[in-house]
Design a protein around this ligand. Structure first.
Ligand SMILES: Nc1ncnc2c1ncn2[C@@H]1O[C@H](COP(=O)(O)OP(=O)(O)OP(=O)(O)O)[C@@H](O)[C@H]1O
Length: 285
């Protein structure tokens, strides 16, 4: 469990990025910090591995104040994935993935063995092992970033807009894969994004933030969509414009076409599955 206890961060130039923020991040689940640019998400994330020190307040991991932990040792015990992978450009993929185990004293052979297993886990073909990061696509680089973060089997995973710079199709693939991985690995994960669909896909708990790291609402994806706390959350989730209000219209083949509140077709429901899941169709009695 990670606890933020009334943390405030004022940077040396006087900018207060986060003001008296408190949150409990339950173990073995994914908490998404969701908010617009500049609301303090990265600042909050980096407080967990002491890349940012709070001006006041405390962050605790399993009850222990991390201010008492040596920062380097703390950082090596936590997986961290950045938006632009942060890979070392002059080291091959395998060595990049093996970095933290090597720093923690694991032999080269064993670290490389683990790195190969991780490449398989994140769907990277083994033949990419000897490439340099610059010889990979953006999506592949992010997979390497995820493998590297997992390499020393950390309990905690911090992910800062890890899929923000890849194209939408690859982004969805990476999200689906992360969700699958997380079902097996069950790391205590904090995932930062400003993308609401990404948050709804990945979050067990979503924290909607306003400027200054002010919490607008904390809840499961379902709770947020069904019961947004206020107009800000509602607008942020796209509920106000009806973008998430769906309508199903029957098709000749027995299925349904689903459109959203602005008339945009968003999906299809098959005949049999549709009859079950819709139960009672609009206009049907
Ligand atoms: N080192 C710094 N010095 C001064 N101000 C900073 C520093 N880092 C961040 N800030 C400011 O703190 C505020 C929060 O920044 P932060 O990067 O935490 O937000 P964010 O929600 O992660 O934004 P984004 O989604 O754009 O990355 C912003 O106003 C930013 O300009």
């Amino acid at each position: 469990m990670i606890e933020f206890d009334q943390v405030t961060k004022t940077y040396p130039d006087g900018t207060t990025a986060v003001r008296s923020f408190s949150l409990t991040v339950p173990s073995h689940t994914t908490t998404v910090l969701l908010g617009s640019s500049g609301c303090g998400k990265t600042t909050l994330l980096r407080m967990v591995n002491r890349m940012v020190e709070p001006t006041s307040g405390a962050v605790r991991i399993d009850g222990q104040d991390i201010a008492a932990r040596p920062p380097v040792q703390l950082r090596r015990s936590i997986g961290y994935v950045m938006q632009h992978s942060g890979l070392m450009p002059h080291r091959r993929v395998l060595d990049n993935i093996a970095t933290v185990p090597r720093l923690n004293g694991v032999s080269r052979a064993e670290a490389h063995g683990r790195a190969r297993d991780l490449m398989e886990l994140v769907d990277l073909s083994a033949e990419l092992a000897q490439r340099f990061p610059g010889q990979l696509s953006g999506g592949q680089q992010q997979r390497v970033g995820v493998a590297r973060a997992l390499a020393d089997d950390p309990n905690i995973l911090l992910m800062d807009e890890p899929f923000g710079a890849v194209d939408p199709l690859v982004r969805v693939e990476l999200q689906v894969q992360l969700k699958r991985l997380q079902e097996d690995l069950r790391k205590t994960t904090i995932f930062v994004t400003h993308d609401i669909d990404e948050a709804l896909t990945l979050g067990d708990q979503i924290v909607v933030l306003r400027a200054g790291g002010e919490v607008a609402q904390v809840g499961s994806p379902r709770e947020l969509v069904e019961d947004p706390a206020d107009a800000f959350v509602s607008r942020f989730l796209g509920l106000e414009e009806g973008r998430r209000r769906l309508h199903a219209s029957p098709r000749a083949d027995g299925g349904w076409t689903v459109t959203d509140g602005v008339g945009r077709p968003v999906g299809l429901i098959d005949g049999a599955a549709g009859a079950e899941s819709l139960g009672h169709l609009p206009g049907e009695h």
